[in-house]
Write a protein that binds this ligand. Structure first.
Ligand SMILES: *[C@@H]1O[C@H](CO)[C@@H](O)[C@H](O)[C@H]1NC(C)=O
Ligand SMILES: *[C@@H]1O[C@H](CO)[C@@H](O)[C@H](O)[C@H]1NC(C)=O
Length: 215
């Protein structure tokens, strides 16, 4: 009896420390999003405006140019990372591979310059269209677990503008709340970007001198 009690306590403690299992996909991703997401509308330049992502922890500015290939939504990333005088623009390529039979869901792989090719299940939680029918912002989310225990949770929130209007920020917050993930908003999800980023100064992929980002 005593042992069973201790075991239950330990499980609770582990769960509290490491995190619960990932919530079921149907709970966080609306059927409407799965039915209506159109990857063609997610192309072009986006700025990351909010983030929870250990991979990007040392980075404060992030823009990406997205295009649809035969196999993926491919991102050419430009990130401003580092500390003090050692800050610089870095480049990376990510492929959001299409998952057969599953819309609004990708198998995300960093192609370069990350050394280990980790696969993240990348899930679209919400989006909004502008007047031209292109997506103006998107909320993307990743959750991974091993043996029923969550090992990774990340959010990447992109907008066409680096300074998103307040109404859009509120709509983005609502997406997270409706997914049952509102607790991460304003807590572990941090704002990204801002005036210090000077996106016009980011070198193009061809000009980049710093191409190695090791995490
Ligand atoms: C997806 O978006 C593209 C570009 O806006 C459009 O041409 C295409 O018809 C859309 N597909 C569907 C199924 O709505
Ligand atoms: C941003 O970078 C560009 C190109 O290097 C430079 O011409 C411009 O003055 C910078 N703007 C600010 C506000 O620092």
């Amino acid at each position: 009896m005593a042992l069973r009690f201790v075991t239950a306590e330990l499980v609770l403690l582990l769960t509290a420390c490491v995190g619960a299992s990932c919530p079921p996909l149907e709970q966080v991703q609306k059927a409407e999003v799965v039915a209506t997401y159109n990857v063609s509308k997610a192309q072009g330049r986006f700025y990351e405006v909010f983030v929870k992502d250990v991979v990007e922890a040392p980075c404060t500015c992030f823009l990406k140019d997205r295009r649809v290939t035969s196999k993926s939504l491919q991102d050419r990333d430009q990130l401003y990372c580092g500390f003090g005088e050692h800050r610089a623009w870095y480049h990376a390529t990510e492929d959001n591979y299409f998952v057969t039979g599953q819309n609004a869901r990708f198998d995300l792989v960093f192609q370069s310059p990350l050394i280990r090719k980790v696969h993240f299940p990348n899930i679209i939680l919400g989006f909004a269209e502008d007047a031209t029918g292109e997506y103006v912002w998107l909320v993307e989310y990743q959750c991974m677990q091993a043996l029923g225990v969550q090992t990774y949770m990340g959010f990447n929130i992109y907008h066409r503008r680096w300074d998103p209007p307040e109404a859009d920020v509120l709509a983005i917050q609502k997406v997270l709340e409706e997914a049952g993930l509102g607790e991460y908003w304003g807590h572990s999800i941090k704002p990204m970007g801002g005036p210090h980023c000077n996106y016009t100064a980011s070198p193009s992929a061809d000009e980049a001198t710093e191409t190695v980002l090791v995490v």
